[in-house]
Design a protein around this ligand. Structure first.
Ligand SMILES: Cc1cc2nc3c(=O)[nH]c(=O)nc-3n(C[C@H](O)[C@H](O)[C@H](O)COP(=O)(O)O)c2cc1C
Length: 392
C-alpha cells in the first residue's frame, strides 16, 4: 500500500514522494520573468521535501496573465529565469513542473494584496488603465460577480488557433528551460474553464454547445502541446470539473471530457472546481478534501491517475487519501506557503522513521546526528485538529 512518502513514477519521471506544491500565482514578476525571488521561494520548497514543485500559472501570452506583475513564458527571453528555477528545484531533489495557462475573462486584475473590490475579492482594472487590458473569452460575457465587470471580447476561430500555437511555443520553451512535468490550467474560471462552462461559453460554432464541443478547445491545445512535449514526460491538466451551479459544468461532463483528453495524450487529471461564477450552490470551501470523492470517481471510471488539492494540509488527511488509493498525488497550496518544510513536518507527525531523508543530505546529517532532534529542532508541533479536519 503506498503512503504519502512512497515514490511515484509517471511516464519517465519519478517523484521522491506523493507531495506536490500546487501552482500559486505570486504577483512578483517584471515583464513576466522569474528571478531571484522565484529561485529562492521555489528552491526552498524543494529543499523542504516537496516531490513535485510548481511555480504559478505561467501565461502563454501577455494578456493571459492575472496582473501585469504575474509570470509567463510567452517569449524566449523568459527562458533563462525558468531555467534557474528548474536547476535549483532539481538540485534540491524535487522535480520542476510548469502550469501553462491563460486567464481569459479573469485577467486585468489588481494584485489582491494591493486592493480588492467591495466584496473583498478580485478587483479588475479597466482596459484603459496602465496595468489593464481588454479580456477575451469564448463569448462576450464578463464574469460579473462584482469582480470582473468590463466587456470581454469573443475569440474568433483564428484567435483560438493562434492561442493553440502559443501553448505549443510555451511548451517548447518549458522543455528548453528544463521542466519535466507540464500541466495545462483548465480550471478556476480562466480560459480553459470558461470554454468548458455553459455559463461562460454560449458559442454556436464547433467550440460551444455539447460537451464534445465545449472540450474541443482543450483537446486541440493538448494535441498542440503533445506534439512538442516528449512522450516520456508527463502531460497533465487541472480541470474545473464542477461549477456547483445548475446551468454550469456538471461533474458528469468532466468524466466525459477527461475520457476524451486521455485519448489525446493526457497522463494525469488534477481535479478542481470551475469557479466560473460566484453563485455556487453550497460552496464547500471549508470542508476537508472536498475534491477527493470526485477525483476518485475519475480514477475509477476513466482509469487515469489523479491528483487534487483543497484542504489536505493536515498530514493524516493527506496520507489517508494516498493510503486509501483515492488519489495518486496530493497537491498543497496554502500549506506550502505557510511551511516550506511541510513534508518534513508531516513525516515527523506521521512518525516516519527518517523524516530528514527529505532535506539535502548535508543538512540531514546535522539534523539526525547533532545532539538529538528533540523539540529544539524548530519544527512546529502538530496543530490541534479542528472539528472539520478530523475526517478526510
Ligand atoms: C496565492 C494563491 C495563488 C494561486 N494561484 C494558482 C494558480 O496560479 N494556478 C492554480 O491552478 N491554482 C492556483 N491557486 C490554487 C492552489 O493551487 C490550490 O489549488 C488551492 O489553494 C487549494 O489548495 P490548498 O487547500 O492546499 O491551499 C492559488 C492559490 C493561492 C493561495
Amino acid at each position: 500500500m503506498p503512503d504519502l512518502f512512497s515514490p511515484y513514477t509517471l511516464k519517465g519521471v519519478t517523484l521522491r514522494n506523493r507531495i506536490a506544491m500546487s501552482p500559486m500565482t505570486m504577483y512578483n514578476s517584471v515583464d513576466g520573468k522569474l528571478d531571484d525571488y522565484h529561485v529562492s521561494y521555489l528552491g526552498a520548497r524543494a529543499a523542504g521535501g516537496f516531490g513535485l514543485v510548481f511555480g504559478e500559472q505561467m501565461a502563454i501570452t501577455p494578456d493571459g496573465r492575472t496582473t501585469t506583475s504575474c509570470a509567463g513564458i510567452w517569449s524566449d527571453d523568459q527562458i533563462e529565469g525558468h531555467a534557474r528555477v528548474c536547476a535549483i528545484v532539481e538540485r534540491m531533489g524535487g522535480v520542476p513542473a510548469i502550469q501553462l495557462g491563460h486567464t481569459g475573462r479573469k485577467g486585468s486584475e489588481l494584485p489582491p494584496h494591493k486592493g480588492t473590490n467591495a466584496q473583498g475579492t478580485w478587483k479588475q482594472l479597466p482596459p484603459d488603465h496602465e496595468h489593464g487590458w481588454e479580456c477575451v473569452g469564448p463569448s462576450a460575457i464578463p464574469y460579473g460577480g462584482g469582480g470582473h465587470i468590463y466587456p470581454v471580447r469573443e475569440l474568433s476561430v483564428a484567435d483560438i488557433r493562434a492561442l493553440h500555437q502559443s501553448y505549443a511555443d510555451a511548451a517548447k520553451r518549458a522543455l528548453a528551460a528544463g521542466y519535466k512535468w507540464l500541466e495545462m490550467h483548465y480550471a478556476h474560471g480562466y480560459l480553459g474553464a470558461s470554454f468548458f462552462s455553459p455559463l461562460a461559453n454560449q458559442r454556436t460554432d464547433q467550440y460551444g454547445g455539447s460537451v464534445e464541443n465545449r472540450v474541443r478547445f482543450h483537446l486541440e491545445a493538448l494535441d498542440a502541446v503533445r506534439a512538442v512535449w516528449p512522450e516520456e514526460l508527463p502531460l497533465t491538466m487541472r480541470l474545473g470539473s464542477d461549477d456547483l451551479h445548475p446551468e454550469g459544468v456538471q461533474f458528469e461532463d468532466a468524466i466525459v471530457a477527461i475520457r476524451m483528453m486521455k485519448e489525446h495524450g493526457l497522463d494525469l487529471a488534477d481535479l478542481s472546481l470551475g469557479f466560473n461564477t460566484d453563485e455556487m450552490t453550497n460552496p464547500p470551501m471549508n470542508e476537508v478534501g472536498f475534491m477527493l470523492k470526485r477525483a476518485n470517481r475519475v480514477r475509477e471510471e476513466v482509469g487515469i491517475p489523479v491528483a487534487t488539492s483543497w484542504n489536505l494540509g493536515v498530514p493524516a488527511n493527506a496520507d489517508r487519501a494516498i493510503r486509501e488509493e483515492l488519489i495518486d498525488l496530493v497537491f498543497l497550496g496554502r500549506p506550502a506557503l505557510a511551511n516550506p518544510h511541510w513534508p518534513v513536518w508531516a513525516a515527523r507527525e506521521l512518525q516516519h522513521d527518517d523524516p530528514f531523508h527529505l532535506v539535502p543530505q548535508d543538512w540531514a546529517w546535522w539534523l539526525r546526528n547533532f545532539r538529538g532532534h528533540g523539540p529544539s529542532i524548530g519544527l512546529p508541533p502538530a496543530p490541534p485538529a479542528a472539528e472539520g479536519d478530523k475526517a478526510a
